[in-house]
Design a protein around this ligand. Structure first.
Ligand code: SF4
Length: 266
């Protein structure tokens, strides 16, 4: 039986904001790519061929609602309805879903949860989004990322923008990466057929900054057998990967000195 707690589908690297400390490195992409509806459908089929169960099926960007055709993808996920517990939407609430996207999302009812990164004035559609959730009994969470830093979610952001091998000892990387939140949450990320064990591995690879080692990710659509793919995934969290050597998340233990104000715009 193969399961995961989190599976994040990335529809687009396009974002409406340019945050200096974006942990997903979005401002570093000169031409941010996006996945087509057909590519996402193919990835969803491949994921539910490999995985027996997924707790949270998430959509994470960039800002996902710049995509404009996600209703087709949300509807497609319904064919695997019994195989995932919740549909999670991550948004910065700068733009509302299209009417078709809203209709599809609302049809998920209690199975849907909306996570809003609330950037104050920048999140200009926040109130409309909150009203939409409240009027339709949809669970939502507002993560406060404005105002005094000590009042911000987790005390603000960390700085993971070095984008280079930090040249830390292997033992240190091993010990810290095992405690990383992404590992504890089994937060896998998929984009255009590539399944990584965490967001940092995916985005640094797509940026071309960190070329992953063999077994650091799974190509969902290559000729590798079903058993081989599952075997790679089963070992995802057994040892640190190349991206862990480039990553400051692993050393973050919520110390306030490691935190910075969120969403400062470039
Ligand atoms: S690269 Fe490694 S340490 Fe960083 S978030 Fe991913 S799993 Fe955690």
């Amino acid at each position: 039986m193969l399961t995961t707690k989190r599976m994040s589908i990335v529809p687009t690297f396009v974002c409406t904001l340019r945050c200096r400390l974006c942990s997903n490195h979005m401002p570093a992409f000169q031409n941010p790519p996006k996945a087509s509806v057909e590519e996402m459908k193919a990835d969803i089929d491949a994921l539910f061929t490999l995985f027996d169960h997924i707790e949270w099926l998430q959509f994470v960007g960039g800002e996902i609602f710049t995509h404009k055709h996600l209703d087709e993808v949300f509807e497609y996920c319904k064919r695997y309805d019994a195989r995932f517990d919740q549909l999670i939407i991550e948004t910065n609430a700068t733009t509302l879903p299209t009417e078709a996207e809203q209709k599809s999302l609302l049809s998920y009812g209690k199975k849907l949860k909306v996570m809003i990164s609330d950037y104050g004035k920048l999140s200009r559609s926040r109130n409309a989004f909150v009203n939409l959730c409240e009027e339709n009994g949809i669970e939502y969470m507002l993560k406060c990322y404005y105002g005094d830093q000590e009042d911000q979610h987790f005390g603000g952001w960390i700085d993971n923008t070095a984008c280079r091998d930090l040249l830390e000892p292997d033992e240190y990387v091993m010990e810290q990466a095992a405690k990383c939140a992404q590992v504890r949450l089994e937060n896998m990320h998929v984009f255009r057929g590539k399944l990584h064990r965490c967001s940092n591995s995916l985005f640094l690879s797509e940026l071309g900054v960190c070329v992953p080692n063999c077994g650091d990710y799974v190509n969902l659509h290559d000729g590798t057998s079903f058993d081989e793919k599952r075997s790679i995934i089963e070992k995802f969290y057994t040892y640190p990967r190349k991206s862990c050597h480039y990553c400051t998340w692993k050393s973050d233990s919520n110390h306030s000195e490691n935190r910075y104000p969120a969403a400062e715009q470039l």
